[in-house]
Ligand binder design. Sequence first.
Ligand code: G3P
Length: 222
Amino acid sequence: MKLFIDTANVNEIRIAKDWGIIDGVTTNPTLLAKEVKHTCRERQEILREICELVHGPVSAEGISLDAIGIEKEGEDLSRIHKNIVIKVPVTPEGIKAMRMLRSKGIKVNATLVFSCNQALLAAKAGANYISPFIGRLDDVGQDGMGLIAEILDMLDNYEFESELIVASVRHPLHIVEAMQLGAPICTVPFKVLEAMFNHPLTDKGIEKFVNDWDKAREVMHK
Ligand code: G3P
């Protein structure tokens, strides 16, 4: 499974990159707005730095809603770096924009996907990635992971080349369930990546190894 980090925070990306387990980055207008506000840096500048840090796909999304606007903003964003992927929502205008961007060789990540029908439309429009937001579905009492299973089947049944990105991940169990379904990519917030390391028996085990070793050295040096 590929692990992407779902953030626009350069410090978080740098730490996760140093762990050596990050294959790509996803951002969205909310995540970028937060960093623009906190750092007083332009969106382009932040995205360029992210692309220089992580050598994999970096998703970025504009705020235009009509096909021409999405295409124009997508082209501008894609000029920042060759690894930029344009996130586009699956609306009638978004689907048109996906085709337009794909015909120019610009990669597309279909975003805000909440149904298998939306995923089918995105796959038919040639989206490179499809991002169902599972946490937001869980929030409204629907089965986020069930949607992942449906979309994986659909992509497999019709041999589409779009890759599914499990998005809106809220806790480590989401990643375990996504692995069990064979999802190719999960995009994970920094806090959840950190939580993936945690197990009390690991901490307890390390403490015991260090104590036992220290005791042996005390005996040896008496
Ligand atoms: O990748 C999608 C993600 O950015 C949305 O996550 O937690 O805002 O639902 P969340």
